[in-house]
Design a protein around this ligand. Structure first.
Ligand SMILES: [Zn+2]
Ligand SMILES: [Zn+2]
Length: 201
C-alpha cells in the first residue's frame, strides 16, 4: 500500500477507483480501539477527486513503511533501538537513526523543545498555510500533550527531511477532542505563532 520510492500510499477512491496519497494529504488520524498487533488507524484523507474519504492503515504502514521497514520491526523511542532491520532502505534508516538523526520531529510547545515523533502521532493536518505550508497537530510521545506546528509538506512526507525551523502555534490545547479540533482550525488561521528552531541536538 505504501511505495517508498514515490512516498505515496494507495487508497481507494469511489469515483476514480484508486488514489495516490501523501502523508500531508491526511486530514485526521484516529487509532481504532481493539486491534493491537498491529494497531489500526482510521485515516481521513484529501483525495485528488476533491473529496475526503476514509481508509484504514496499519501502524507499521504508517510509521515503518516510509523507512523501508517490513512488518514486525520495532523502533523504541526510549532506547533508540531498532531491530531487526530489513532491506536497503531499512539499513540506511537504521544507520541514520543510530547517528542521531530522526525521521520525523516536531516542536513540543508545552515542553518548549524539539522531540522525535512518528506519523502515527500526527492527529490533525490542514493545508493552506502561507507558502504552501501545512498545519499539523501532534500528540507528544513524551508528555502526551498537543502541539500545532506549521511545516512544509516535505517535512511531513519525507523521512529525514526535517525543516530547520517550524512555526509553533502558541496555544495550550484542551483535552476535550471536539474543542481541540475547533481550536486547531481557529488557531491555525490566526497569526499567533512563532518560529522555533527544530534541532534535536
Ligand atoms: Zn476520491
Ligand atoms: Zn511534549
Amino acid at each position: 500500500m505504501y511505495d517508498p520510492i514515490s512516498t505515496q500510499y494507495t487508497f481507494p477512491c469511489p469515483t476514480r477507483g484508486e488514489a495516490r496519497i501523501r502523508l500531508h494529504d491526511f486530514r485526521e488520524l484516529e487509532r481504532l480501539p481493539g486491534a493491537a498487533h498491529p494497531a489500526v488507524f482510521r485515516v481521513r484523507y484529501a483525495c485528488a477527486c476533491g473529496e475526503d474519504h476514509l481508509g484504514l492503515v496499519a501502524h507499521d504502514e504508517l510509521d515503518w513503511a516510509p523507512l523501508g521497514l517490513g512488518g514486525g520491526d520495532f523502533l523504541n523511542l526510549m532506547t533508540d533501538r531498532l531491530e531487526p532491520v530489513e532491506g536497503e532502505f531499512g539499513d540506511l534508516a537504521a544507520r541514520r537513526i543510530g547517528a542521531g538523526e530522526w525521521p520525523w520531529s516536531f516542536f513540543c510547545y508545552p515542553e518548549e523543545r524539539a522531540r522525535p515523533v512518528f506519523p502515527s502521532m500526527f492527529w490533525l493536518l490542514a493545508p493552506g498555510g502561507r507558502g504552501g505550508t501545512v498545519g499539523v497537530a501532534v500528540r507528544c510521545p513524551a508528555c502526551q500533550r498537543l502541539s500545532v506546528n506549521i511545516v512544509s509538506p516535505e517535512h511531513v512526507d519525507l523521512p529525514f527531511h526535517n525543516d530547520s525551523a517550524v512555526g509553533v502555534v502558541e496555544h495550550l490545547f484542551r483535552e476535550d477532542t471536539e474543542r481541540a479540533i475547533a481550536e486547531f482550525h481557529d488557531e491555525l488561521y490566526s497569526a499567533a505563532f512563532d518560529v522555533r528552531r527544530l534541532s534535536l541536538q
